[in-house]
Structure formats: C-alpha cells, structure tokens
Design a binder for this molecule. Structure first.
Ligand SMILES: CC1=C(CCC(=O)O)c2cc3nc(cc4[nH]c(cc5[nH]c(cc1n2)c(C)c5CCC(=O)O)c(CCC(=O)O)c4C)C(CCC(=O)O)=C3C
Ligand SMILES: [Fe+2]
Length: 383
C-alpha cells in the first residue's frame, strides 16, 4: 500500500474505490490560502505569500507581529479542518461518498503535494471549491494560476464550482451572525449601523475584477455591494437597525503610492463617530472564516478604534461552518457535477445576483503584472 494521503476525509484513497454521487468527478478538493501553525512558520509563510508581489518590508514586519501576537499560529488551517469535517458530514448525509481532499496555496498541506498524490492514486477529474467567495485577481485567478502550477503536468482535469458570495446559503449565514452580534449590543440604547467589511485590494485590481458587465468600481465591489444590501435587508426585516449601511475595507498592504480600495474601517469608524453614530456591527462579508484578518484587523484593531471613540462595537461571525453555508457548498458541488454531465441546472442566487462562472472568460480578473501566466478553469483557449 502506498502512503495514505493526508487530509482525505473518508479514508477512500484510490480512484477506483467507492465514490458515489458526484459523477463524473472522482474527488472533491478544498483549496484554501494556508497560514502558519507555529512561530517558526511565520517568516517562510509570509515569503510564500508575497514572493514577487512588491510588498514593502515594513508591512511584512508589521504583519509578522500580528501572527506572533497570536502565538505564531493562524486560525485558518483549523477552520479548514472544521469545514472539511462539516462538508464530509453533509456529503455522507446525502449518500455522496466521493472523497474530499484539502490543499493550500501558501502553506502545508501544499496544493502541489496533493496534486501529485491524487495523480499517483489514479484520480482523473477533480472538482475544486475554494475558501474565497468573490471574483478578483487575488480571490479568483490567483487560485486558478496555482491550480495550473500544481496540476498542468498531471493527467487530471480540474474544474471548480461557481463564485458563491451571492448565494442564499452564504447570505443566510451572514444574516444569522449579524443578528447574534446585534444581541451582543443589546445594552446599547442606540440602533446599530451595519458596517460591511472586506479585504482591500489595489483599485487597479478592483476595476478589472470579474466578468463584464460590471460598474466602473468593478465586479469585486459590485458583488460586495449586492451581498451587503441583501444582508442589510434581511436583518432590517427582523431588528431595528440604522437605515444606512456601509462597505469598508481592511488589511491594506502594498506601497503607499499605490491606490487601494477605501475607506479603511478605522477611518470610517472615526467618521461615523464624528457624525454622531453610537453603535456599529462590523459584518465581514468578504471572508469565509474568522482567520487572521478578522481576529486582528477587526477584533483587535477596529475594536480598539471603536473603544477609543466611545462607539458600541460588535463583530458578526463569518460563514465558517454554518449549516446553511455547508449545505450551499454541497448544493454547488452537486450542481457543478450536473453541469459537467451536460444537464440543465438552476443557479440559485440572491435577488439580482450574478450566477458567477464555472469557467472564466479570457481576461477575466487579469493578472496585471504577468498577463500571460497560465491558469486552469478558464473557457477553452481563454487566458
Ligand atoms: C482579496 C483577498 C483575500 C480574500 C479572498 C481570499 O480569501 O482569498 C485575501 C485573503 C487572505 N489573505 C491572507 C494573508 C495575507 N494576504 C496578504 C497580502 C494580500 N492579500 C490580498 C488580497 C486578499 N487576501 C492582496 C491584494 C495582498 C497584497 C499582496 C498581493 O498582491 O498578493 C499577505 C501579505 C502581507 C500583507 O500585505 O498583508 C498576507 C499574510 C489570508 C490568510 C489569513 C490567515 O493567515 O489567517 C487570507 C485568507
Ligand atoms: Fe490577503
């Protein structure tokens, strides 16, 4: 027997074993960002993430401190393990025995290693779901480039589910989490204002994000605005909240000369306090789990800013392993398999949502530095 593949969720290790339910796929792959597990991992992890990305050294020192402040361990890998367990249970509950594997772009278990293991075991066709819900270079094409790097010299076919931020299950998880955060502010006399938060990206990346048509702000921002408005609408139907809501950003990096999406959450909290707002709920719709950006940029930094300003502050959870989200992801896998079999499918989204793409058109979310870098999961012949 060859070595077992780490992180196979059901012990089914070769492609000829039982793999019912997602035909024609013989395996599912959860693809995530990765994060350090111990202090010695922090520097090599940051080097992996930022190789060739032009991030100033001071920013790296600063981000390293965020990790060391949490013992050198990011929560993201444990969150992936929890998501794998939840997905396995949901798949089993639907009698889908296709094996589920896990690989990361920037840390162990590395995607490249998993790709080789799958090839060695005779897998042929894999469906991928990423822990990244929106279109943009950083949140979509960069994952597709890394899939190319890992799989292009294997015999495997790799396909992926569509973008899922605007699906009912992702939104339901965020609505529940926002209601829970509002409860935490119950002692505040003022009605809270919902401040939606996502990862800032360079404006040049934002303006070219996502398939056409999109507004001048680009597909990344458009998708967030739609999701934010829908979460606000569903929460407002159940609790008194402020009529206005906002979309703001965290985790800016890059050189100061390069424009990134604004406002930063800390600046925005200051502006809200000055305008007389008394309480806010930060809703991190841009993230799928409570990883380092969430526990540092929001729970540590933004919470401290709010405290200094005398602003009531609570942070809603991310989708994580919320049952509605886990069910949605499995629905999307089942839907993707039906598409691969050539069947017609519904593509559920929230009102006004874009169903996203199974395969990206040419030039979608372009790599602005290296436009010719190959990527998987595109339309045939499209770069
Ligand atoms: C859109 C987006 C998401 C959301 C979508 C998705 O989830 O994919 C995301 C997620 C994440 N980003 C993460 C970590 C980092 N991102 C960095 C740098 C960057 N992120 C960018 C964008 C995004 N990033 C960009 C444009 C850069 C600049 C450099 C470049 O152009 O590539 C850096 C370098 C240092 C810094 O500058 O901050 C680090 C350490 C972690 C792991 C957290 C953990 O460990 O718990 C996660 C989930
Ligand atoms: Fe990032």
């Amino acid at each position: 027997m060859p070595e077992p593949i780490p992180y196979a969720t059901n012990g089914t290790l070769d492609a000829t074993s039982d793999r019912r339910g997602l035909d024609p796929y013989d395996a599912v792959l959860l693809l995530s960002f990765g994060g350090p597990e111990r202090p010695e991992d922090v520097v090599p992890f940051l080097e992996n993430v930022t190789r060739g990305r032009g991030i100033p050294r001071e920013r790296l020192v600063e981000v390293g401190k965020h990790y060391y402040g949490f013992g050198g361990k990011s929560p993201i890998n444990d969150q992936c393990r929890a998501l794998l367990a939840a997905l396995r249970a949901e798949l089993d509950g639907r009698d889908i025995s296709a094996p589920l594997f896990w690989g990361n772009r920037n840390w162990e278990p590395y995607l490249t290693d998993v790709a080789r293991q799958l090839e060695a075991r005779g897998y042929r066709r894999v469906v991928v779901l990423t822990t990244s819900a929106y279109p943009s270079y950083s949140s979509c094409r960069q994952y597709r480039e890394n899939l190319y790097d890992a799989f292009h010299d294997t015999g495997l076919t790799v396909e992926r589910i569509r973008h899922y931020a605007d699906t009912p299950g992702f939104v339901a998880a965020s609505v529940d989490a926002t209601l829970a955060a509002i409860e935490e502010l119950a002692a505040e006399p003022a009605v809270p204002r919902l401040v939606f938060v996502t990862h800032s990206i360079p404006t040049a990346m934002a303006e070219t994000a996502g398939p056409q048509p999109h507004s001048r702000e680009g597909g990344y921002v458009d998708w967030h605005r739609l999701v934010a408005a829908e979460v606000w609408r569903q929460v407002a139907a159940q609790r008194p909240i402020a009529a206005e809501h906002d979309l703001v950003y965290c985790s800016r990096s890059g050189p100061p000369t390069q424009p990134w999406l604004e406002p930063d959450i800390n600046d925005h909290l200051t502006a809200l306090a000055e305008a007389g707002e008394r309480a806010v709920v930060a809703v991190p719709i841009g993230f799928v789990s409570d990883h380092m950006e969430v526990i540092f940029d929001l729970d540590t930094e933004a919470a401290a800013t709010a405290h200094e300003l005398g602003l009531g502050f609570a942070r809603a959870g991310t989708a994580g392993t919320h049952p509605a989200f886990v069910r949605e992801l499995v629905d999307l896998l089942v839907e993707r398999a039906a598409v691969a079999r050539g069947e017609l499918v519904d593509e559920p989204t929230i009102e006004g949502g874009d169903p996203g793409r199974y395969a990206c058109p040419a030039g979608c979310c372009p790599n602005l530095r290296h436009p010719d870098r190959p990527a998987l999961c595109g339309l045939p012949g499209a770069l």
